[in-house]
Design a protein around this ligand. Structure first.
Ligand SMILES: C[S@@+](CC[C@H](N)C(=O)[O-])C[C@H]1O[C@@H](n2cnc3c(N)ncnc32)[C@H](O)[C@@H]1O
Length: 186
């Protein structure tokens, strides 16, 4: 099943994991934002995706549902184990790195320059700004950085930076607490 496009309605198929995650107070993107992300995946057709903040794999399953290779970083062992099972169940081609996301993106910069078509940032909010420069190196020119919960106080410095950076063209998506999508121009 690995590498194949997902044939069903992925958001519907994820309903059980969505309900379960919410009931355990795990902050996943949820179905409304998930639907928007899935539409972006269908539109942009990224081949290689980096995610910061795996949790139990809900958003990772959406990101990888059309056959992209997913590299996803999670600092919590137990959540990473659960995500591994969930990725397996959905046939997602995912590599989970169990480490601190800030350190990892800083460390892979030289080897993996411009390796990703899309980066999805959804981990601790103060970390968003910390990883921005490294993500700009890791994403291809013409590629995209999407960030969740963009209206949160904690990522205000990130929001200001992406809206005022000439290397990026950024749009804010007003679904729930918001998403940003930034295209790397240069
Ligand atoms: C909002 S949840 C991610 C939800 C997931 N993207 C989804 O929608 O299904 C944030 C996750 O980031 C992880 N996290 C927080 N700080 C981190 C860090 N410095 N490095 C890696 N993971 C981190 C947390 O353990 C948590 O599971």
């Amino acid at each position: 099943m690995i590498g194949l496009s997902y044939m069903g309605n992925i958001i519907e198929e994820l309903k059980k994991l969505e309900i379960e995650s919410i009931s355990r107070d795990i902050h996943i993107v949820g179905s409304e934002k998930g639907k928007w992300i899935h539409e972006k995946i269908l539109e942009l057709k990224p081949k290689k995706i980096l995610e910061l903040g795996t949790a139990t794999g809900y958003s990772g399953i959406i990101l990888g549902s059309e056959g992209a290779e997913l590299v996803t970083i999670e600092k919590d062992n137990q959540r990473a184990d659960e995500a591994k099972e969930n990725f397996k169940q959905f046939g997602i081609n995912a590599n989970i790195i169990i480490e601190d996301g800030v350190e990892i993106v800083n460390g892979i910069t030289s080897n993996e320059k411009e390796a990703f078509d899309l980066i999805f940032i959804d981990f601790y909010k103060k970390g968003y700004f910390k990883v921005l420069e490294d993500c700009l190196k890791l994403v291809k020119i013409g590629g995209y950085i999407i960030a969740d919960n963009i209206t949160f106080e904690g990522c205000q410095d990130y929001r200001n930076a992406i809206l005022n950076d000439n290397r990026l063209k950024t749009e804010i998506i007003n679904i729930k607490d918001g998403l940003s999508i930034s295209k790397r121009l240069a």
